[in-house]
Design a protein around this ligand. Structure first.
Ligand SMILES: Nc1ncnc2c1ncn2[C@@H]1O[C@H](COP(=O)(O)OP(=O)(O)OP(=O)(O)O)[C@@H](O)[C@H]1O
Ligand SMILES: [Mg+2]
Length: 327
């Protein structure tokens, strides 16, 4: 596993990473979230031994980043924030070089490179200079060098940045597959990616951990969590809202679509039979789905939609990090 212990990194007066501790086990895919400048890349650079901490340390598979950096590096595949820097090499030569650095030679080295070019869809650009590749292809070269030696630990800094939607999906599937037996930390600004890929997420704000939990746990901190979105016809809206607010556990009801805005779309319906969307918020910690459903049923309203909201990760992220982005 990866265990980070009181890790800090200061740049002059900037506390880029400020005393963070967490651990990640095999089989976990941990998402790092945070505004620009929050300290995600700096943390990753320290775990991968590319940057020395100001204080604190981390271990990877039991090896200390300060005491045994080579042991750590040999176990890690790292996709840095910026794509590979050997830009004047072609893809094949660069990967052959990366394979040599990883200790492969002879036929094994060639096989590793051919296999990884296949996995990362790089064959068609094998002899193209990295410099001249599109951003997405450069990112794939970054992947190839990170996965080449089939490491147990993967640190991926914004892995889907710059990829087209198909490639994004492919990379997410690949990460999910590998996550079953590896230990993966990835950073991203795409909250949907966290929901789609990660088993756990840490939100970092101004160098500190501000939340740590599964995507479901983080979503449940949202105001929206447990609210009911109700599409209903055949109700007098004002009195419906007043009545719903009296249902046990209901805190308040908001009108999301006004009756008037629906008129044009529903010209078959008469005034009393128009569709409205209401959002019914529970009191803190209450589950209201059952009581609201019973109430709606007893009123004989025509229900077009009834959704129990899981919560909105964007809202949680915003509320926890609204101190803003650092330079
Ligand atoms: N080499 C450096 N010298 C000075 N300051 C630095 C250096 N590297 C990072 N910083 C500062 O440390 C802070 C954290 O930067 P970091 O790159 O870790 O953020 P991040 O969370 O990865 O942001 P982003 O989402 O933009 O990639 C920022 O304020 C940044 O300017
Ligand atoms: Mg970064």
């Amino acid at each position: 596993m990866i265990a980070v212990q009181s890790l800090s990194r200061h740049f002059g007066s900037i506390k880029a990473v400020d005393d963070i501790s967490f651990s990640v086990n095999k089989g976990e895919i941990l998402g790092f979230l945070g505004p620009n400048g929050a300290g995600k890349s700096t943390t990753m650079k320290m775990i991968t031994t590319f940057l020395a901490p100001t204080s604190g340390t981390a271990t990877v598979d039991g090896f200390d980043i300060l005491e045994q950096p080579l042991e750590v590096r040999s176990r890690i595949g790292y996709l840095p924030e910026s794509s590979p820097s050997y830009k004047d090499m072609n893809v094949f030569d660069f990967l052959m070089f990366a394979a040599e650095v990883r200790g492969f030679d002879g036929d094994e080295r060639l096989k590793k490179v051919k296999d990884i070019m296949e996995t990362c869809n790089l064959k068609e650009v094998a002899y193209q200079q990295i410099d001249t590749l599109s951003k997405g292809y450069r990112q794939r070269v970054g992947f190839a060098q990170a996965f080449l030696h089939d490491p147990d630990y993967l640190i991926l800094d914004e892995p889907t940045d710059g990829l087209d939607p198909n490639q994004k999906q492919e990379v997410r599937n690949l990460i999910k597959r590998m996550g079953q037996e590896k230990c993966i930390i990835l950073s991203t600004h795409i909250l949907e990616e966290v929901e789609a890929v990660c088993t756990r997420a840490i939100i970092i704000g101004e160098g500190k951990i501000v939340a740590d939990g599964s995507p479901e746990e983080l979503r449940s901190k949202s105001q929206l969590h447990g609210a009911i979105t109700l599409d209903v016809a055949g109700a007098n809206l004002e009195s419906a809202i007043a009545e719903l607010e009296k249902v046990q556990g209901v805190d308040r009801v908001e009108k999301l679509i006004a009756q008037d805005s629906q008129k044009d779309n529903n010209d078959k319906k008469d005034e009393d039979n128009e569709l409205a969307r209401l959002r019914i918020f529970p009191m803190c910690g209450k589950s209201i789905a059952h009581d609201v459903a019973n109430f709606v049923h007893s009123k004989k309203w025509v229900v077009d939609g009834f959704t129990v909201e899981k919560g909105d990760l964007n809202e949680v992220f915003y509320n926890l990090t609204k101190g803003g982005a650092k330079q």
